[in-house]
Ligand binder design. Structure first.
Ligand code: ADP
Ligand code: XUL
Length: 521
């Protein structure tokens, strides 16, 4: 049996998916939710509470405990993990884990939990994650040290960005220099999980590595110029990045003895959740745009040559299948929709009906600026929920219009800030938790004037991991893997319900109001 395992350690959950590459079937799809399944980590949405809204950290031991819990559930279900021929996966991007000792210097024993054994290795108790926006000063300092943002962008594919790993490392070095000095290794979430599985320090790949503001994209090597602008002796704490299909180790004895993996099972470099989704959505060749509606909303697409965003919000990452991809990320994605739905008293089925049945495209001129948490695209440091329109709407007395308004504003933002990708997409593939919601898909189709489709497999990032393992270990080509696993689900194909001009007026007002808010904060 050609079984390959893909893992996805995302903001709110850990998922495992096993494919039978020859039969073209998913044979296991298992997930756990950090908030619900590991309540002892006090992270209902996957991150720790902090009185400063800009600071967003997670407990890396929660990610480790999740690995143990998920595999014990899989074993309990009777799934035979010795059938797995290769493992790969993904992590939420940009987050960083700080270790006193590279993994591999101690051997994990199956007698004790993984989290207990990893605890003494941590040089920093918490890991800053992609939602953190506390590093504006560090971004300015890094840019100034190399001669400006244009230089950072030319080297790394993005200007210095608050959530990116380099500015986060600099902040740690400034706020806790002795803990920084005691750090011997810095890992991304993706490479940390690969290290945990293989029991040795695993390298970062070009896909996720490009989200550090430290990788020189033209050479696919860490940039000495950016490392020295970021923090001292960084070259000793980071391992060189590798091509995404590199084998970084084999499943460690801990997983062999405890969960039944076959000795020597290859572990392929993990990547970021978005680059992994590019693979899982069958979008590794230019021409297909993907919208991922997870905790964050992201728009991404493969690119034949790296093209940077003149506005400075978009990024260029490595495409795990070779070449590059561009990405634009919005922090106010699912959690903002959730907060608004709660505010006006709608559950998801009612939210969907509100858009599809109770309101019309354009929403009678009602407009919402839906910023519940600090936003990176555009940069809004002091988030605000602002409503424009008639008084009933602005007092949030019309739940249905409020539901449509948040999704219209988010879709207009996605369209505006992804325009640097080049050609307007006529076909969009949607994924992530909120892609179940047809109302949201309809608004995206209307605003972009494009056909939106979803896939049967909900977790495209975990699927991407399994496909990457099958390609690297099993030698199966991308084309045949995509054909077998990335067929669109005919049940959810949504086409525009309005003509091209329908959003012109709302778009003009949205852009004026969002620019006004972004310049004020
Ligand atoms: P992540 O991978 O970032 O952890 P997911 O892709 O699993 O996140 O998406 C989780 C989110 O999906 C939840 O926060 C929730 O808001 C959203 N979601 C789940 N079901 C629906 C639905 N029917 N309509 C809209 N949003 C939904
Ligand atoms: C991308 C980004 C998020 C995280 C979490 O740049 O910050 O999409 O990867 O999913």
């Amino acid at each position: 049996m050609a079984h390959y395992l893909g893992l996805d350690s995302s903001t709110q959950s850990l998922s495992a998916l096993v494919i039978d590459a020859e039969a073209g079937q998913i044979v296991l799809d298992e997930s756990l939710n950090f908030g619900k399944d590991l309540p002892e980590f006090a992270s209902p949405h996957g991150f720790l509470d902090n009185e400063d809204a800009r600071i967003k950290h997670s407990d890396p031991l929660m990610w480790v405990a999740a690995v143990d819990l998920l595999f014990s559930r899989i074993k309990q279900k009777g799934f035979d993990l010795s059938s797995v021929r290769g493992v790969s996966g993904a992590g939420q991007q940009h987050g960083s884990v700080y270790l006193k000792m590279p993994l591999g210097e101690t051997r994990f024993t199956p007698e004790r939990s993984l989290a207990d054994q990893v605890r003494p290795l941590l040089a920093r108790k918490t890991a800053p994650i992609w939602m953190d926006s506390s590093t504006s000063a560090e971004c300015r300092e890094i840019a100034a040290a190399v001669g400006g943002d244009a230089r950072v962008t030319a080297i790394s594919g993005s200007r210095a960005i608050e959530r990116f790993t380099g500015p986060q490392i600099r902040r740690f070095f400034k706020t806790d220099p002795s803990a920084y000095a005691a750090t011997r290794e810095i890992q991304l979430v993706s490479s940390f999980i690969a290290s945990i599985l293989s029991g040795r320090s695993a390298a970062v790949d070009f896909g996720d590595g490009a989200g550090m503001n430290l990788l020189d994209l033209s050479r696919c090597e860490l940039s000495p110029e950016l490392m020295s602008a970021t923090a001292p002796e960084l070259d000793r704490k980071l391992r060189p990045a590798v091509a995404s299909r590199t084998q970084v180790g084999t499943m460690s004895s801990y997983f062999v003895e405890k969960y039944g993996f076959k000795e020597g099972t290859p572990v392929i470099a993990f990547t970021g959740d978005n680059p992994s989704s590019l693979v899982g959505m069958g979008a590794t060749a230019p021409g297909t745009a993907v919208i991922s509606l997870g905790t964050s909303d992201t728009v991404f697409a493969a690119m034949s040559a790296p093209r940077t965003d003149p506005r400075g919000f978009g990024h260029v990452f490595g495409n795990p299948a070779g070449g590059f991809m561009c990405l634009i990320c919005f922090a106010n994605g699912s959690l903002a929709r959730e907060k608004l739905a709660e505010k006006v008293g709608l559950d998801w089925p009612a939210f969907e009906r509100a858009i599809l049945k109770d309101t019309q495209p354009g929403n009678g001129g009602a407009l919402l600026l839906p910023y519940f948490v600090p936003e990176m695209t555009p940069k809004i440091l002091k988030p605000e929920l602002r409503a424009f329109g008639d008084s009933e709407f602005t007092r949030f007395e019309q739940p249905a219009r409020a539901a449509r308004a948040i999704v219209e504003a988010q879709a207009l933002a996605m369209q505006r800030y992804s325009d640097f990708i080049g050609e307007k997409p006529t076909k969009i593939r949607a994924t992530g938790g909120a892609a179940k919601n047809r109302g949201i898909l309809q608004v995206i189709a209307d605003v972009f004037q494009a056909e939106v489709t979803t896939f049967k497999v909900g977790n495209s990032s975990a699927l991407g991991g399994a496909l990457r393992a099958a390609e690297a270990v099993g030698g199966l080509g991308w084309a045949s893997l995509s054909e077998r696993f990335c067929a669109t689900d005919p049940g959810t194909r949504v086409t525009p319900s309005v003509g091209p001009g329908a959003y012109d007026e709302l778009r003009r007002r949205f852009e004026a109001e969002v620019d006004a808010l972004a310049t004020r904060t």
